[in-house]
Design a protein around this ligand. Sequence first.
Ligand code: F0G
Length: 457
Amino acid sequence: MNIPFAESWKIKMVEPITKSTRNEREKWLKEAHYNVFQLESKKVYIDLLTDSGTGAMSDRQWAAMMLGDESYAGATSFFRMKETISTITGFKYVVPTHQGRAAENVLFSCLVKEGDVVPGNSHFDTTKGHIESRKAIAVDCTIAEARDTQLVIPFKGNMDIKMLEDCLMKNVDKIPFVLVTITNNTCGGQPVSLKNLKEVYAVSKKYNIPVLFDSARFAENAYFIKTREKGYENKTIKEICLEMFQYADGMTMSAKKDAQVNMGGFIATNLEDWYEQAKVKCIIYEGYITYGGLNGRDMNAIAVGLEENTEYENLETRIKQVAYLAQKLDEYGIPYQKPAGGHAIFVDAQKVLTRVPKEEFPAQTLTIELYLEAGIRGCEIGYILADRDPITRENRFGGMEFLRLAIPRRTYTNNHIDVVAAALKNLSDRSENITRGVKIVWEAPIMRHFTVKLERL
Ligand code: F0G
């Protein structure tokens, strides 16, 4: 008999979670205006809202926390973190920030101005927010194949090089950098190949434009390169990371993902000019340049988390759990963005709730139904999150319409995953009876999904 695959860790500490009744959930969700961000976490049984800052740290990370140097300036914890980042990425300058969007805020404050254009592959919502709030334009150059959820290709997060070059040609004076998100979260946690990273870099250099990686899940991207891209099967994750970052001038990082901590972020670069500018903004927005909004202990945990998560076994455990959910959904015939991504399964809501019109937000409707069914919290990555067009103020119905089930790192067992799959199966069995969705009764002008108030139709 083949020995089955199992986790590369064992559990040392647990946190109780509680079930609720459907009646309770009906009441709670109504009070939350049908927005799952407004639910108290104790009212959630299995929380797949995000994989950001929600994972479990290792015993080695907790041990490193005790050794944190809390000095205001020159903390040894900063140098430990910086050293690890430089070894993994090859970037020599590091600016700490309290999370990923703070890194965006610091760097974009230096680089992005009104009228600028930032081409990228499905910019994440805060990233798009930081571009659009500066009255610049985010141009999505993700390959068209990414829109076909049933198409199985290995690197669905890739950038369309021709589209990118057209954008560069037309706007060359207005482009502060090209942004590559690895993995591509918004289109399904899909990886970008090393070949594509090389091509993006080459075309950007042709126009003398720097390349920035939004690197929240860079280690997961490296895992997919190792397991899917020819020529990389025998390289270590660390070798692949170093090679990936050769094709960037800098990175922003949400350490809440692939550095496996609950809070943290940073900017890293080899461009002295970016570093000098970012230092000034870091001091204004985040804190002195050797802590940038982080505790010394946080920086130690980031150093250990990065070290651990650039090892194959840790990534394999994680990504195989996501694949396990995918396999269950395949069994039950529930459509999702294929192949399974690195951090989450993105259920194709329009293909499940075929009778809910787009104006009534099928993905949000599915999110609501899943919570009511079993207390599972996913989140909408769709038309509500897409916000309105900044100029026409119309809803943007052009993109993808997903219910995202993000799996926190080292947190749930496959028994929990079985519960999620069964709940989705029940929903899919009665999807013909779900014909109406929701309407918006209040929304913020930007990043509305966090606070939007909805009514059921
Ligand atoms: N970039 C990407 C690709 C992200 O996925 C996120 C956050 C950020 C930047 C911002 O980082 O949260 O530390 O400020 N993504 C989380 C998510 C929130 O649920 O996907 P942050």
